[in-house]
Design a protein around this ligand. Structure first.
Ligand SMILES: [Zn+2]
Ligand SMILES: [Zn+2]
Length: 167
């Protein structure tokens, strides 16, 4: 009795999960979700927030917010890890190889994440929203990482709010 006409594509399915994962974010500025997939199977997930045991920006505030640091700059000021970083770290934590995998991320990765993605062996990236970091696309292109922007209106991420409005 299932209605196959509403069955989502693999791309929509994984991106919808990335959007769902982003809802666990504890960043006061932007909620990002990441899912690492290989052979149509989810290996790891990640959202942006402080490392285990450290206080979250939602509890103590974020110095980047206080200092009005523009999006994409001075990441070192905040204890938060990015969603993509947490997804890669989760692979290390559990000893899972993500070589040759695909990343689904609600946002285009920043340049720091881009460098990690390249050396983690991830080969392609699907994303929904852009990110203010001129270097990351340059790095990914140079390393021949496939970069695919999904149309949020076309299904993936619909009904979702991957990004808190930039303040
Ligand atoms: Zn923060
Ligand atoms: Zn990043």
């Amino acid at each position: 009795m299932s209605d196959n006409s509403v069955r989502p594509s693999w791309e929509t399915y994984f991106m919808d999960i990335a959007v769902l994962v982003s809802r666990r974010s504890t960043c006061v500025r932007r909620a990002v979700g990441a899912v690492i997939v290989k052979d149509k199977r989810i290996l790891t997930t990640g959202y942006n927030g402080a490392p285990v045991g450290l206080k979250h920006c939602t509890e103590i505030g974020c110095i980047r917010e206080t200092m009005k640091v523009p999006s994409g700059e001075r990441h070192e000021l905040c204890a938060g890890l990015h969603a993509e970083q947490n997804a890669i770290i989760q692979a290390a934590f559990h000893g899972v190889s993500i070589r040759g995998a695909t990343l689904f991320c609600t946002n285009l990765p920043c340049s720091i994440c881009a460098k990690m993605i390249i050396n983690a062996g991830i080969k392609s990236i699907y994303y929904l929203s852009d990110y203010a970091d001129a270097m990351s696309e340059k790095y990914l292109k140079e390393a021949a990482i496939e970069l695919i922007k999904l149309d949020a209106a076309a299904g993936a991420g619909e009904n979702a709010c991957p990004s808190a409005p930039e303040k």
